[in-house]
Design a protein around this ligand. Structure first.
Ligand code: ADP
Ligand code: MG
Length: 323
């Protein structure tokens, strides 16, 4: 049965790469790394009921399990190439596997990622995807390169996925026709688009980079800690989608943008000397970016209002923040 499931997954995948010397079917895969390139590797687990609501469509789970990993590779400036999939299923559910594999394959196809192996086991529903990519030696975009004076940017818009989740919880999963824009929020939650092109475009340009998976404040905090700097964030500059602004009041939108997770946008820093190059490169990549503040000396992330006064952040209590 396990082998039927593996064959089913394999049959759904349509990416063939010449750098896969040996793919699914042996004890391990054998991959060719181009000369002058380093391997960039990451892994992420999704657990049912923890990382996605149990009623999530299997296709969406498949897509997202790969997307969260491609987002990590993108944040390193890596070019994604290969993936491994460890799938734990409560029972041998071929319909689930077929639909899961379809969503996974759809995103893999877009980014030319070949599934080269995995594992299939029985247990509570969970999946671990390992993604592998390539990077010219020494070109990784890390968390530790931010310096005081660098400008702080984010791709796309923030808070949409967290907004979708909040709407879902509020309505108990039932569809409300209230906002016609709601599907665009849901797709940010269920079908996140990893910023692959933007990550590649930022190679050699950004001084530090991270993908926003746990919320902007938390992830920017990681960059600050790794780089030994602080950051000033302008609350009025946070990029908010029109769908989010229709669904929530401004204070809630900002709370979702600062602390909500699952955005999979890239937050990066750039020296003033490279800012113009960055805009050109990201325009070529077709990616919107917004300057949301700057890197400063001293620790921590401070959120500032239009007058430059510090605003209490979500951790410090929402009452102060809601203004
Ligand atoms: P082994 O017993 O040597 O670990 P398995 O029987 O688990 O091998 O797997 C057989 C082949 O199928 C291996 O090449 C493995 O990488 C691949 N495989 C197993 N499960 C999956 C999966 N969920 N997705 C993709 N490939 C898988
Ligand atoms: Mg095995």
């Amino acid at each position: 049965m396990e082998f039927d499931l593996i064959a089913m997954i394999r049959a759904r995948m349509d990416v063939a790469r010449t750098d896969v010397a040996l793919g699914i079917g042996d004890d391990a895969a054998v991959l060719e790394l181009p000369p002058g390139q380093q391997l960039v590797a990451c892994t992420d687990t999704l657990v049912a009921g923890v990382h996605f609501p149990v009623e999530t469509a299997p296709e969406d789970i498949g897509w997202k399990s790969l997307a969260v990993n491609l987002s990590d590779l993108a944040a390193m400036g890596g070019e994604s190439a290969w993936a491994l999939l460890a799938l734990t299923l409560p029972e041998s559910d071929s319909q689930f596997v077929e639909r899961f594999a379809q969503g996974f394959a759809e995103l893999a196809h877009r980014h030319r990622v070949a599934l080269v192996g995995g594992d299939t086991t029985q247990g509570p529903l969970a999946m671990t995807v390992t993604a592998l990519g390539t990077l010219p030696i020494g070109n990784a975009l890390t968390r530790k390169g931010a310096r005081a004076g660098d400008a702080l940017y984010v791709t796309g818009t923030l808070g949409d996925a967290a907004g979708a989740l909040r709407l879902q919880q509020r309505t108990g999963g039932r569809e409300h026709g209230a906002a016609g824009l709601r599907p665009s929020l849901s797709s940010r939650l269920n079908r996140p688009e990893p910023r692959v092109a933007a990550g590649l475009a930022l190679r050699g340009i950004a001084s530090a980079c991270i993908d926003v998976s746990d919320g902007l404040l938390a992830d920017l905090g990681h960059v600050c800690t790794a780089s030994g700097v602080g950051a000033e964030l302008e609350i009025e500059a946070l990029p908010l989608s029109s769908a989010l602004k229709v669904a929530f009041d401004l204070a809630t939108c900002r709370e979702l943008a600062l602390a909500g997770g699952d955005d999979y946008e890239l937050c990066f820093t750039v020296t003033n000397a490279r800012e113009a190059d960055m805009h050109t490169a990201l325009a070529h990549a077709g990616c919107r970016v917004t300057c949301i503040g700057r890197i400063v000396a001293g620790p921590g992330v401070r959120v500032l209002d239009a007058q430059g006064n510090a605003v209490a952040t979500p951790q410090a209590g929402w009452e102060h923040f809601a203004r």
